[in-house]
Design a protein around this ligand. Sequence first.
Ligand SMILES: Cc1cc2nc3c(=O)[nH]c(=O)nc-3n(C[C@H](O)[C@H](O)[C@H](O)COP(=O)(O)O)c2cc1C
Length: 450
Amino acid sequence: MSAQMLRHTLDVLKQEKFLLECDREVDYVYEMGAVLKHFDNKRPILFNKVKNGVMRTAGGLYGDREILYKLLGVSKENRNARFLNALTRPMPYEILSSGPVKENVAKRNVDLMRLLPVSKFQEKDASNFITAGVLVLKDPETGRFFTSIRRMQVQKGNVLSVLIASPKLTNDFLEVEKQDKPLEVAVVFGYDAPFLMASQYPSATYGVDKYELDSALRGEPLQLVRCETKDLLVPAQAEVVLEGVMVPGKRELEGPFGELMGYYGGQAQHPIVEIDALTYRNDPIYQTAFPCREEHLSNGLIREMELFYFLKNQVDVVDVNVTEGGGYRFNAVVSVRKGKLGTGKTVILASLGLNKDLKQVVVVDDDVDIYDPRDIEWAITTRTQAAKDFVIVPGALGSTLDPSHGLRGMTDKLGIDATKDPERTELFERAAIPGFEKIDISKYFSNTTL
Ligand SMILES: Cc1cc2nc3c(=O)[nH]c(=O)nc-3n(C[C@H](O)[C@H](O)[C@H](O)COP(=O)(O)O)c2cc1C
């Protein structure tokens, strides 16, 4: 069996000295989230002792860019090509007869809060929420597997409500609901970075089987086993799998919940999932994610790939950063090698039109570090004149996660062309110190710890 899923990831994180282990007992109501938030959800943490003796829990796993690149075996330079390759060359997955996730099976009296340390994170959250579970379902027509993270509110006993903002899943569910049929689903905990990344490719846009995408990303077949009670496949080495159905004709009130941008979302009626079986490894590890911007890095990386290749058709794009401050979806910074006048404006038009969520884009030359907010501010300050370089598009479609427009889903969009004038480049030469990069500063201060 290949080394896949969270157990293997924890070994790697330990070897690389990224993993923090917490041996003090932690309450999964508020306290666990507070510890994760202290590290901005960028430090992988394994909580070895969770209140009430329920499962150990891992969090903060995939919120740091450098750690995620390492776990995926990609670099800043080749990541977009690697993510695109997986999409264009999906690979077959492998079905095993059994695996560690089948070490324990529970089919009777499923009580989710007794079995899982599902966190309550924020003061006004309606109740406890599953935030890192990957929902698996099979397309009723094509038999392809689709995965995505959806937050799920524990309603009672074995009942979850599920927040779905997906054209594909919504349509699939409404279709089977019309026939008064349940839609079989599984929820996976204890996955690794390729499994997470595959789940974040938009399903309706590409229609690719996410398990085949995952196999291509990891460079070997994803190993799967059959569910106990559902006609679905799940990772053989996952920690915990819930098996259940989305129930036709039923909705429950969901929310409020502190969302990714740090505001409480309102209440609404959402579909429910009834869980009727659970499988899990010996000494299982539950997986959680503090609901916040940092946790959406994987989603932002896919948006970067899409924007990068969309722009590449038109301009000499160098790199794209869909930024953390904008929840990895609202704001982008694009660097270009500027050949012609008009390049900056073309990037603005293309970027703001690619995705309704993208609200603000800044375009810079390739001498600006698009991951350094200070460098971006410097470029905007010294390379723009607002009247000619700022583009405002009033009243376009926007995200409902942005309260600035009153949650009506209509937003103004802003593009800033902070590229230098190609006909006046002499004005924009950055002052430089010869040999600056080569200075070894420790040689100058031998008696001080630097
Ligand atoms: C940490 C995290 C939490 C997410 N929570 C939700 C959610 O509650 N509801 C939702 O519809 N999408 C959520 N998403 C986004 C979906 O998982 C993502 O859009 C999905 O990959 C794409 O599949 P789709 O095209 O079927 O939506 C979340 C993503 C991440 C990374």
